[in-house]
Write a protein that binds this ligand. Sequence first.
Ligand code: 1CP
Length: 349
Amino acid sequence: MIELLNQPSGRHNRFLRALKRMPVDTTPIWIMRQAGRYLPEYRATREKAGSFMNLCRSPELACEVTMQPIDRFDLDAAILFSDILTIPDGMGLGLDFVEGEGPRFAHPVRSAHAIDALRVPDPQTTLRYVPDAVRTIRKALDGRVPLIGFAGSPWTLACYMVEGGPSERFAYIKRLMWDQPDALARLLRVLTDSVREYLLAQADAGAQALMIFDSWGGILAPEDYRRFSLPSLAELTASLRRDDLPVIVFSRGANTHLPELSHIGADALGIDWSIGLGEARRATQDRVALQGNLDPAALYASADALRCLAKRTLADYGDGPGHIFNLGHGITPDVNPEQVRVLVDAVHG
Ligand code: 1CP
């Protein structure tokens, strides 16, 4: 990997070089949820698999959908096709994806007793299909672009496990946080250990960068964020820290915490579109690379407007290395795939 970094900048390494804030030949771009329902070839493979979890559990099919956006567009990184909820599923919560509703757990965690029964799922047995998929994908990529491994943050996984699925009000997890903070601390403990083991297994299998999705960090008041989300992010980045393994932390909606986040040892921070990249850069003082942050809805605009918006994002970051272009959150299922080509060309041009 150090060797890869030191080669001249090109499609095979510009993403990794930008994460390390090294000069690049052009700004690298990848897109959150780049393998997904907006691609007809993804929908076809998903149908063949029968269910979303079958797709995740088959290394061959997970590899097939990971490669689809890489084959179609000039993207600069691939991301393992999987989901953040594989860990709670491996803990025995019984994950199911209900059509049109999203993920559901058959056994949400609603008591201190249920929390104390949870164990770290073994990434070499229970979750073996994930490192197996990483190995299969690395072979298929054959060095074309680097592969990103990922996991959810402990706080975000706790939200899904306690709520039982997507939530609007987060009533169960917030009640637990205030009424039984010690029980929540134990839940975050077992999740932090689980995420660390899971990410290390992905790195051992060949993932070349790691990303932690703290998708629900932003629902916490500042004091609660500093107590229940930030410490486990900091512990993870510290324990994963290796010169040859860049770590990206995306704490969505937590822009007020960017100065603190820039000190936890992450190589890069994911940025949503509610803050300008220039302002995010000033808040983090070039201590980290920044990944983002175009509003995903820009892909609904005309091709000309989309090109202008891409330029605006590049200009807002400004001069100097350390920018990885991405959307501020995942691409939506009804986007015209040709708009992704327009965006990638605009960023590289
Ligand atoms: O039927 C389908 O095909 C399901 C759609 C889908 C897809 C394509 C889900 C269900 N997960 C995924 C893949 C996925 N999830 C990836 C693949 C790699 C890529 O980016 O191409 C990644 C990185 C994730 C991560 C993920 N899953 C997050 C973190 C990122 C974010 O969006 O904030 C979260 C919160 C999830 C949970 C999840 N899985 C799926 C859905 C619809 C959701 C969100 C549920 C909710 O509304 O809260």
